[in-house]
Structures are given as C-alpha cells and as structure tokens.
Design a protein around this ligand. Structure first.
Ligand code: PRP
Ligand code: ZN
Ligand code: MG
Length: 226
C-alpha cells in the first residue's frame, strides 16, 4: 500500500470543469500548496494535505486502490464506476462523503433533432453511444428497452453523424455540445454534481483526525456559500 501514513492525499481533476472550483473550495478550508514542476502533485504547506492532479475518471480507482484518501469527482463518474465494479463482481470501495454544490450536470439520452420523440421504447434495437455503460444499461433495463450499448471514451456526440450509433447518452451541462451536433436531450437518467468521495473503510488514527478536521472546515465553507 503506497499511501503515506501521516499525510492526507486528495485527488482532484487536473484540468476541466471541476479543477478550479475544487482547488478553490479546498483553499477556502485553509489549505495551501507548493506545486511541483510538472503540476501533478501539490505538496500541502499549511497542513499535511497533498493534492494529486489527475483525470477525473481515474479518481474512484485511486481511492479504491488506497493511492489517494479522498477525491473531488462528479457523482456520475463515481456511480458509473461503482456499477462497473459491481458488474465485475468487485465490492463497493468508495462512498460519497459530501455533495459540493458545483459542477451540476445531468446524464441525458439525446437523439437527432429531427426525431419525433414519444417514448424510450423507440430505442428498441437501436445503438446508443456512451461513456456510461453501467448507468445506461441500468436505465434501459428499467425501461424494458433492448438496445445495443456502444462504448466510446470520448467525442460521444459525434457518433450519430459518423453512423456509429443512432442516439447517445452523455453529460449535458449548458447543452451547447448537443446543439452543436444537432442532437436534442429527451430523457434524464441521472442528476450529478461534484462530490467529495472517500473510501468505505475508516481511516487509521492519524489520517482520520486530518480527514475529520478537513470535513469540519468543509462543512463551514459550504454553509457560507449556501
Ligand atoms: C461533457 C460531455 C460533453 C460536454 C457537455 O464532457 O461529454 O462533451 O461536457 O457540456 P455542455 O452541455 O455544457 O456543452 P466534459 O468536458 O465534462 O468531460 P470529459 O472530457 O470527461 O468528457
Ligand atoms: Zn472525464
Ligand atoms: Mg466530453
């Protein structure tokens, strides 16, 4: 286990929607860092709390493996990866500790603008491109729809135009990406925002105290914002 015993390590997104607000929120808890040259690791100065800057999709796995103690990540990513772990017979390894009130978005099913949308049953026999196979498959099962899930790790919105899929299931925030690709959202599968994630197990004494202090400060910072 590579985790240091006496310092807390928090994974946040290196770049993207959650990166700046995550850092700002942690800074408002009284944390400050000295950045490494490559900007992948920030060494905590005021407290022994370090940051690891990574791809958001890697954050749940880093917590599951004990490489990081906490992470700021979209609830969508956490829930999707938890579903994938379950499907693979692995136990739940992380949990949502706090909702953070930023990074709001939804996982939506979107179809070409020209479609007349009536019900999910229209998707029977169709191909749906997504980076969220677990959440999409669950929704399809709930709706009693039998469709093919086409797994893409990015640029999902272009799949219908390329003839790779008939519809897509992707995150929608402003809606600009869908509009730019002549797609329209027709169903919401999941509402998301940034959350603080941590392991299902308790921390050992030293890091447990640090984590509780951070959570107390975080609750104070969140109260002031709302
Ligand atoms: C999501 C999604 C769309 C975009 C939608 O990607 O995949 O590309 O945001 O946002 P909009 O409705 O405001 O246009 P995101 O950049 O969050 O992350 P990713 O790089 O992990 O796909
Ligand atoms: Zn991502
Ligand atoms: Mg994207």
């Amino acid at each position: 286990n590579a985790t240091p015993r006496d310092r807390l390590r928090i994974a946040i997104q290196k770049s993207g929607r959650l990166a700046d607000p995550a850092r700002a929120l942690l800074a408002s808890c009284g944390l400050s860092w000295r950045e490494s040259r490559d900007r992948l690791f920030c060494y905590g100065e005021t407290l022994p709390v370090d940051l690891l800057l990574v791809r958001d999709d890697d954050i749940p796995g880093l917590i599951a493996d004990g490489v990081c103690d906490l992470g700021v990540v979209g609830r969508n990513v956490m829930t999707e990866q938890d579903g994938e772990r379950r499907a693979a017979g692995k136990p739940t390894a992380y949990r949502e500790l706090r909702a953070l009130g930023f990074g709001d978005c939804r996982l939506a099913l979107a179809v070409p603008e020209g479609w007349e949308w009536k019900s999910p049953r229209q998707l029977d026999g169709m191909r749906i491109a997504t980076s969220y196979p677990a959440l999409l498959s669950q929704w399809l099962a709930d709706e009693g729809v039998s469709a093919e899930v086409v797994l893409l790790s990015g640029s999902v919105e272009i799949a219908p135009r390329l003839g790779q899929a008939d519809a897509i299931c992707d995150l929608v925030s402003s809606g600009a990406t869908l509009a730019a690709n002549q797609l329209k959202p027709v169903a919401t599968l999941f509402e998301s925002e940034a959350v603080l994630a941590g392991p299902v197990h308790e921390f050992d004494a030293a890091r447990g105290e640090l984590a509780s202090m951070l959570l107390r400060r975080l609750d104070g910072a969140l109260r002031i914002r709302h």
